[in-house]
Design a protein around this ligand. Structure first.
Ligand code: AMP
Length: 311
């Protein structure tokens, strides 16, 4: 089943308590695609400027499952760039700068060969760009979007319009609270359901995630990663979405059971992103490594009594 992602390709500068990574490959659709391509071939639509480093292209090309036919280079423009700093707990961060660059221009063109895509993920970018791209996939069967604080602040109405036409949303707990004025993640998720989508996934970092679906609510813990293994959480949310959508597209269905299962694949995939700066943790993945970690996760997350309550 064809999976497509559109979003940002960024030049990231990231400060963590462990160190600094300057001008590394990042961006919402880069992380998503680097995760999803381990499940299904993944089409990428994005745009960069003439300053995009050659090394970043080679890094993306090394992911065999990513189809880069939709990667546009505008030689006279600047690539989107983002800087962030993580606090000591590695769960929270502040944005130091966002230079939109090429994002302020026309959205990237979608190649004709991508227009039959059925599973569409609108990774973080301006909601009106997300809307414009969505309309270019007439055969879409499932459309899921991500968003973040910047867009909730500066493009609120466009975001509400987008929520009215998509099937699912993946969002952080703090952003869900910002969007709904509701601190409780379950209630915030329900409020977002009222805005239009059939399901909402609220990501809670090291505390896992909540799925609110028209047919019910599900919860899942995060994969237990030791503090010493967390090097850089950047892109964990995008790679969670990549593992999740990759699994859904590979199954070719999006009922509640499949979505619930896909959360576990998203969780397992994102656990690798944390372990290095940039896309390094996803580059070394393969199906065996993912299956192995899924088995560990299932053991660690095992819920429900092994013995029934005595009557
Ligand atoms: P995550 O840690 O999953 O929220 O994703 C971080 C990635 O999102 C970084 O690689 C950034 O380049 C990218 N990013 C940061 N801010 C934005 C934004 N406002 N819109 C789109 N992508 C962004």
């Amino acid at each position: 089943m064809s999976l497509i992602v559109t979003g940002t390709i960024g030049i990231d500068t990231v400060h963590t308590p462990i160190g600094l990574a300057e001008r590394v490959l990042g961006g919402s659709c880069a992380y998503f695609a680097a995760a999803a391509c381990h499940y299904v071939p993944t089409r990428l639509v994005g745009v960069v400027g003439g300053d995009w480093p050659d090394g970043h292209r080679s890094e993306l090309e090394a992911f065999e499952g990513i189809d880069l036919a939709g990667l546009e280079v505008r030689p006279d423009s600047q690539t989107f760039s983002w800087g962030g700093r993580y606090f000591d707990n590695m769960n929270e961060r502040e944005t130091l700068f966002t230079e939109l660059g090429v994002l302020e221009e026309d959205p990237p063109a979608v190649p004709d060969s991508f227009k039959d895509s059925q599973y569409v993920f609108l990774a973080n970018t301006h909601p009106s760009v997300q809307m414009g791209l969505l309309e270019q996939f007439p055969e879409r069967s499932l459309v899921v979007a991500d968003t973040m604080d910047l867009w909730i602040n500066i493009a609120h109405d466009e975001l509400l319009a987008l929520l009215g036409v998509i099937d699912g949303v993946v969002i952080n707990d703090s952003e869900a609270a910002q969007l709904t004025n509701e601190r409780n993640a379950v209630t915030a998720a329900r409020r977002i359901l009222d805005m239009g989508p059939q399901f909402v996934v609220v990501k809670k970092g090291e505390h896992g995630c909540i799925l609110a679906h028209q047919d019910g609510i599900c919860v899942l813990p995060a994969y237990p990663v030791e503090a010493s293994d967390v090097i850089d959480p950047t892109g964990a949310g995008d790679s969670f979405a990549g593992g999740m959508m990759g699994h859904i597209a590979a199954c070719g269905r999006s009922d509640l059971d499949t979505i619930q299962e896909s959360l576990a694949w998203g969780t397992v995939t994102a656990s690798f992103t944390l372990t290095s700066f940039g896309l390094g943790g996803l580059a070394s993945l393969n199906r065996d490594v993912l299956n192995h970690r899924m088995a560990d996760f299932q053991k660690a997350a095992g819920v429900g009594p092994r013995t029934p309550v005595a009557t």
